[in-house]
Ligand binder design. Structure first.
Ligand code: IMP
Length: 191
């Protein structure tokens, strides 16, 4: 059995990823390794942020670890909000404000193509690996559904007539950007 740290404080993410990784990997979160400080996340790319978090844990705790970082990339906005997805409408803003800003910027636009992109950065015995998960879709003109979080109510994945916020969590977790990236990590770790 391999021990691995997932650089997250989100217990829900930890449980979900732990279930995907299976019994060959014993997963710990930041709390379990005694890391209670805020990990810097100030790079200008999704890859940069994912690597920054994983390197922080590896350098300080000398434990094999991985981290994830996600952004919503909108074609008509040259990839915005991207790495700034969490704070698109300003520091400490809420999802509602981020969605409002996005819908205002796309007002009247016909090209509404967007994608969610997750990058997982893994450090194993000091070596770095990146895994990417992408879900293509479109940004609707108004919110639909009240499940999920973040931009879910306005993001409709390709091949579906519901937004992420209208889907069951089981379905979203099967097809999501995060699930795809974590699946690649799992395949790498278990083969
Ligand atoms: P994180 O890197 O997972 O913290 O994601 C950064 C930001 O991207 C979040 O604060 C959300 O605004 C957005 N985001 C990430 N994943 C999702 C998702 O599955 N649905 C909707 N928004 C998401």
């Amino acid at each position: 059995m391999r021990d691995l740290v997932f650089a997250t404080n989100n217990a829900h993410k930890l449980a979900e990823v732990s279930a995907i990784l299976g019994s060959q990997i014993r997963l710990s979160g930041l709390k379990e390794i005694g890391c209670f400080e805020e990990i810097p996340e100030d790079q200008s790319t999704i890859e940069g942020n994912a690597l920054q978090k994983a390197r922080f844990v590896y350098e300080k705790y000398r434990k094999d670890c991985f981290s994830d970082d996600t952004g919503l990339e909108v074609a008509q906005l040259n990839g915005e909000p991207g790495v700034y997805s969490a704070r698109y409408a300003g520091e400490a803003c809420i999802a509602e404000n981020n969605i409002r800003k996005l819908l205002d910027k796309l007002d009247g636009e016909t090209n509404r193509k967007a994608r969610f992109r997750t990058v997982v950065a893994l450090i194993l015995d000091g070596k770095e690996y990146l895994f990417e998960g992408i879900v293509n879709g479109i940004i609707l003109t108004e919110k639909h559904g009240d499940g999920g979080f973040g931009y879910d109510p306005v993001f409709q994945p390709e091949g579906y007539s519901q937004t992420f916020a209208e889907m069951s969590m089981v379905l979203k977790n099967k097809i999501s950007h995060r699930a795809l990236a974590i699946q690649k990590l799992t395949d790498f770790l278990t083969t």
